[in-house]
Design a binder for this molecule. Structure first.
Ligand code: SF4
Ligand code: SF4
Length: 317
């Protein structure tokens, strides 16, 4: 799946955010948008290659042409997956949408109640009242002493049909600058996830891991516990392909500043992915993973773990 990076704009201001920091440091123009013409060109260039497309930012609700993008995707039988905080006023194109007529999914990144103003919390409430049937939660782990119970409360309170949470870990952006969980604390992160998964299991919720986790943050016993608790574990560092204004693509947000490709210079998405793999491997001198042990690691050799998030490697360059 590729993601369309629609707009830089966002009002939420999360401390772990890649986008805000990268934007500031790279001098990108905050008003720059991915245009409808660019999206049409992209869809025709890679015609038939997408089943789903992620829509992200910034905040997709602040993108003025969201309705047009959704129509374009539906016309081509592509399912839009909107990554949002759902704390801004719903744009009209969303507010009046009939979810019986159109396939779409929302991935809502949520925080504790005290992370919202009253107005933002009201917007979140209004959003879930309408879209609880097609929304699931995502949560980015930053504080290892956080209590994730509030996530299950949100699922119950808003009667979300999908009882799963996509968990990510706050990762460093290339050359640092945002808040993230340091790789030296990954064993503690593993313990945190085990506790989180036990709580989730009791509340009938499944956890699903995003990229950047490592297999060695868990002991073998903890591995077994994860399986029993139904956690969808994965230890990958793949090319995510975010496509932004000017039809420039980047590997993923932490590596945004490292390299961009003009998507129209690749004949297929697979070719684009291959180009990124080659560039990133060359850039990091084919360094295997984020720890010295990765070179001899069985999990690496068995393709269980891809060696953690490449953005940690940038600190060694
Ligand atoms: S470098 Fe790899 S693990 Fe890190 S965010 Fe990008 S794809 Fe995910
Ligand atoms: S490949 Fe590296 S990060 Fe992954 S489990 Fe092995 S040592 Fe850990």
């Amino acid at each position: 799946m590729a993601n369309l990076y629609l707009t830089h704009k966002c009002n939420r201001g999360c401390s772990f955010c890649f986008a805000r920091k990268v934007l500031k440091e790279s001098g990108e123009n905050v008003d720059e948008l991915l245009t409808i013409e660019e999206i049409k060109t992209l869809l025709s260039h890679f015609s038939g290659e997408f089943n789903q497309i992620g829509l992200l930012g910034g905040e997709p609700f602040l993108y003025p042409y969201l309705g047009e993008v959704l129509e374009l995707l539906w016309q081509q039988n592509i399912i839009p997956k909107i990554f949002t905080s759902a704390t801004d006023t719903m744009p009209k194109s969303i507010r009046y949408l009939n979810i019986r007529k159109h396939l779409l999914k929302f991935i809502v990144n949520v925080g504790t109640r005290d992370s919202y103003t009253d107005e933002k919390y009201k917007n979140l409430n209004n959003f879930f009242a309408k879209f609880h049937a097609v929304s699931s939660l995502s949560y980015t782990i930053l504080a290892l002493d956080a209590n994730p119970e509030f996530l299950f409360d949100i699922i119950d309170h808003f009667k979300l049909l999908t009882r799963s949470i996509r968990i990510g870990v706050a990762l460093p952006i290339y050359k640092g600058g945002n808040q993230y969980v340091d790789k030296k604390d990954y064993k503690d992160l593993g313990k945190f996830i085990i506790k989180f998964a036990q709580m989730a299991y009791k509340r009938n919720v499944m956890l699903e891991m995003d990229c950047g986790f490592t297999a060695c943050m868990f002991t073998q016993i903890e591995f077994g516990i994860l399986k029993r608790l139904g956690v969808r574990s994965s230890f990958v560092c793949d090319v995510a392909i975010d496509i932004g204004p000017g039809l420039k693509a980047w590997n993923c947000f932490p590596l945004f500043q490292l390299h961009k490709e003009n998507v129209l210079e690749s004949k297929s998405i697979n070719e684009l992915i291959r180009k990124f793999n080659t560039k990133m491997n060359n850039y990091f001198n084919h360094q295997v993973g984020i720890y010295e042990e990765c070179v001899d690691c069985k999990y690496y050799k068995w393709y269980v773990c891809q060696g953690g998030c490449k953005s940690f490697k940038s600190f060694n360059n």
